[in-house]
Design a protein around this ligand. Structure first.
Ligand SMILES: [Zn+2]
Length: 188
């Protein structure tokens, strides 16, 4: 999946956690987005590798969609990032948000034809039907962005959103294409 699809997945997964009691906070949402980008640190041309200092070091040692795309890496890297975030902010939610984003990445990559192996200790290797960078991914991106916007509206204004669901969905649909329209045009 492309980096922006991962970002939207990360945000959606965190908002679902908010439904179950996680705090609604922009910095946590940002951490979930960061967590959703992090597994692709194993690819030299990925968004995160080109943005992060030293981001091109890791791809020399691990294969793409290998070690960093496992549940073990999710725990390990969250322990590092979450520990650092806790040390700075005294809040463990940043780490949890990062972890949720990281898991969302593994989930999203599972939807692709090559899939991922979720653990080094198991041969479990689920695959989906989506080809990265194609219209298939575009469709997933539309659905996930739309769901994220509707959920966001519901979390901010639950009663108003429930009462005017039709309008909210229409606005969310327009906003979806306003946000990702340019990205969709680049897909094959
Ligand atoms: Zn990936």
């Amino acid at each position: 999946m492309m980096w922006y699809t991962h970002v939207v997945f990360g945000v959606l997964f965190y908002l679902i956690a908010v439904l179950f009691g996680a705090p609604m906070s922009l910095i946590n949402i940002g951490m979930a987005a960061l967590g959703a980008l992090m597994p692709d640190i194993d690819h030299p041309k990925s968004y995160i590798s080109t943005k992060l200092p030293g981001g091109t070091v890791m791809p020399r040692f691990v294969e793409h969609r290998g070690a960093t795309h496992t549940i073990e890496a999710a725990f390990l890297i969250t322990a590092l990032v979450g520990g650092l975030a806790y040390w700075i902010t005294d809040s463990y939610w940043l780490g949890i948000a990062f972890f949720i984003g990281y898991i969302s990445h593994l989930f999203a990559d599972t939807l692709t034809v090559s899939g991922i192996k979720w653990s080094r200790f198991s041969s479990f290797h689920p695959r989906g039907k989506i080809r990265t960078g194609t219209r298939g991914e575009g469709l997933v991106l539309i659905l996930v962005t739309f769901a994220t916007l509707v959920l966001f509206a519901y979390l901010l204004l639950p009663e108003e959103t429930s009462r005017n669901l039709g309008w909210v969905m229409l606005m969310a649909l327009i906003a979806t294409f306003a946000i990702i329209g340019k990205k969709l045009k680049r897909l094959k």
